[in-house]
Write a protein that binds this ligand. Structure first.
Ligand code: MN
Length: 191
């Protein structure tokens, strides 16, 4: 199938001041778009041409995996955000976070720490295993929890392209600000 860059549920300056319109123009308009374009070019004439994005993420490796997983990860990330988001999780996810991490504040601290200490480029993830247990994991580069039979709940992109225009080298400031635009309705529904 031919993949397309998904429309964002907000416009490019709606997430300011946490994420500036310039970052959306580059991160979504150039980087995310490039992963989509590369993926379409790479799968042409291969066994992957007839698969869904999730199937490609699970079955490919190398350049096809990198581009497919980056398409998936970026869509998941951008759809986790909304203007004037923030606050705390809802319903079953709120209860699971309390029982797994003690409190939402402790979870936020542990997740922020994972995102801040991930060396190089990658993603911090909140995931659910097949027993329903929540875990915080770090993935380098295009790493995606689906390949480990884990269900993604929340991710922070900590590639420099996600924050350099707004925060330069201050990754911790980006992470701290990102909590203010999380769409907990969307994220909680994934649990
Ligand atoms: Mn990114």
């Amino acid at each position: 199938m031919i993949f397309e860059l998904p429309q964002l549920p907000y416009s490019k300056n709606d997430l300011e001041p946490v994420i500036g319109s310039g970052t959306i123009e580059f991160h979504y308009g150039k980087h995310h778009q490039a992963y989509v374009t590369n993926l379409n070019n790479l799968i042409k004439g291969t066994e992957f041409e007839k698969m869904t994005l999730e199937e490609i993420v699970l079955k490919s490796e190398g350049a096809i995996f990198n581009n497919a997983a980056q398409v998936w990860n970026h869509t998941f990330y951008f759809y986790s955000l909304k203007p004037n988001g923030g606050g705390t999780p809802k319903g079953a996810l709120a209860k699971a976070i309390e029982s797994s991490f003690g409190s939402f504040d402790k979870f936020r601290e542990e997740f922020s720490n994972a995102a801040a200490t991930l060396f190089g480029s990658g993603w911090a993830w909140l995931v659910k295993d097949n027993q329903g247990k929540l875990l915080i994991i770090k993935e380098s580069n295009a790493g995606n929890p689906l390949t480990k039979d884990l269900t993604p709940i929340l991710t922070f992109d900590v590639w420099e392209h996600a924050y350099y225009l707004d925060y330069q080298n201050k990754r911790a400031d980006y992470i701290s600000a990102l909590w203010g635009i999380i769409d907990w309705d969307v994220v909680s529904a994934r649990y």
